[in-house]
Ligand binder design. Structure first.
Ligand SMILES: [Zn+2]
Length: 259
């Protein structure tokens, strides 16, 4: 696999980074990723991944575009209202980014269907762009079971958070990743915690969603091209004060997902 003249110009700004270069671009073009949720977070993550030349992007969402999405879900327009988000996004991204294969899976990811779905795709990383606690827990479980690095973001009101999680099965096989074992999402937010409010019921400003999505897309891309990523740290963002704080994701020895 090598780049043609058009691709050399198209991706030149990425390749000008010394630790990316042509090799990093080719690595991106061979990568297969899954984005769960194509709302405020997912539609931006998917745009960055496809536009940067990521080889195969899977989009999973059963939701339809709604009028109230348009202020922050900039990939969608009024003409897309009532159409499935994964299908609209895949069509637009495919047209704009012919180097990337963009597949729509217009279904809601559930504990009943995820095995079948993930048996048909083979992503190397998973992006959690979902808007509810149950799906977030399920994606965390999939990451553990399928040995997938997980890049997760969420925002509710003015409180955003993102983290990168590397299952222990992956980090023991890849000492070069220089990562110590850390807690999974369920370790930090057990299923019985009170954090179950859906983001979809809360207000939010568009750029705040964009910040969280950009962090998660960037962390994922950094990992794919072989840059050191800080796994196991929960980054919190206050969208009113524009301030960040972070906390280590401690292992819960009794976690029923990752232990
Ligand atoms: Zn855990």
């Amino acid at each position: 696999m090598s780049l043609n003249d058009h691709q050399y110009i198209l991706y030149s700004k990425q390749m000008l980074l010394a630790d990316v270069s042509e090799q990093g671009q080719l690595t991106l073009m061979k990568a297969e990723v899954t984005v769960v949720g194509v709302g405020g977070l997912g539609q931006l993550v998917a745009q960055y991944l496809a536009a940067s030349g990521v080889g195969h992007v899977h989009l999973i969402d059963d939701d339809k575009v709604a009028l109230s999405n348009l202020p922050r879900q900039l990939l969608f327009s009024a003409n897309d209202i009532e159409v499935n988000k994964a299908q609209v996004a895949a069509k637009k991204l495919q047209q704009r980014n012919p180097d990337s294969q963009v597949s729509a899976h217009p279904t809601r990811l559930t504990s009943d269907n995820y095995q079948t779905l993930f048996n048909t795709i083979s992503p190397q990383v998973i992006f959690d762009c979902s808007d509810n606690f149950a799906t977030r827990q399920l994606i965390n479980r999939i990451a553990v079971e399928r040995h997938l690095p997980l890049f997760s973001a969420a925002i509710s009101g003015d409180q955003g958070q993102w983290f990168a999680y590397l299952p222990e099965s992956v980090l023991t096989k890849n000492p070069a990743l220089n990562t110590k074992p850390h807690g999974c999402y369920h370790c930090v937010f057990p299923a019985d915690s009170l954090l179950s409010q859906n983001c979809s019921q809360m207000g939010v400003l568009g750029p705040a969603v964009g910040i969280m999505a950009s962090m998660q897309a960037l962390a994922g891309m950094n990992h794919i091209i072989g840059r050191q990523v800080e796994f196991g740290v929960l980054h919190r963002f206050d969208a009113k004060r524009l301030s960040w704080s972070k906390a280590t994701m401690a292992i819960d020895k009794h976690c029923c997902v990752c232990r």
